[in-house]
Design a protein around this ligand. Sequence first.
Ligand code: 3PG
Length: 221
Amino acid sequence: MSELLRSHPIIPVVTIENSDDAAPLARALARGGILIAEITFRTAAAAAAIEAIRKEVPEVLVGAGTVLTPALMRTAESAGAQFLVSPGATPELLSNTPADLPFVPGVASVSEMMMAKDHGFFMQKFFPAEALGGTSFLKAIAAPLTGVSFCATGGIGPENLKSYLSLPNVAAVGGSWMVPQALMAEKNWDEISSLSGAAVTMILGGAKSLRHESVNLGGEA
Ligand code: 3PG
C-alpha cells in the first residue's frame, strides 16, 4: 500500500449517488492526471460504482472508502475494489482484512496508530486531519511512530496539500475538494477534471499524470 500511495499521492474521496456517473467521473479524474479514486460506502450506489470503474475505466485504480465493518470489506472486495479504506480501526476490521487486499485503517490518536501498527498496518489514514491538529500532530508523532506513514484526509485542499505532502511521514493526501457534491450533481466533468489537474500541477509542476512519476517534495522517498 505504501508503494501504491507514493505513486498516487492525491486521492479523491468520492461520494456517488448514481452509479451511472462512476465511469464519466473516473474519466474526468484521469483527464486531470489522477489515476486513483476512493469510492465511499456512504451511498447505496458505491458497489455498482466500483464495478463500473473496474469495467469501463481500468486505468483508474479504484478503492472502497468508509468501510466500517468486515461485512462491508467483503462487499467491496466482491465489487472489485483494489484497496480498502476506513475512517477508523476497530479490532474487528484490523483482524478481518481480506488477505490480498491492501487496507488503510483510520487513526486519530497515538494509541490507535500503535494498535494498527501492531496489526501490521504501516500505512494509516490520519482522519480527520485538520480537526486533529494537522501537520503539527503528524510532525510530533514522527519520532515515536517510526515506520508508519500516513494518508492524511479531512479538511485538505489546494491551500494545505503541499504542507502535508512535504512531511516525511505523509505518503498521500485524500479529500473531496476536486469532486464536490455540487459538481457531481451537475455532472460537471470538465470542472472536476480541471480541479484534479490543478492539484496535480500543484505538486508536480505540470507533469501529465501522477502514475509512475516520482514525487520529491523534500520528504523521504
Ligand atoms: C474522508 O472520508 O476522507 C473525508 O470525508 C474527506 O474529507 P474532506 O471532505 O474534508 O476532504
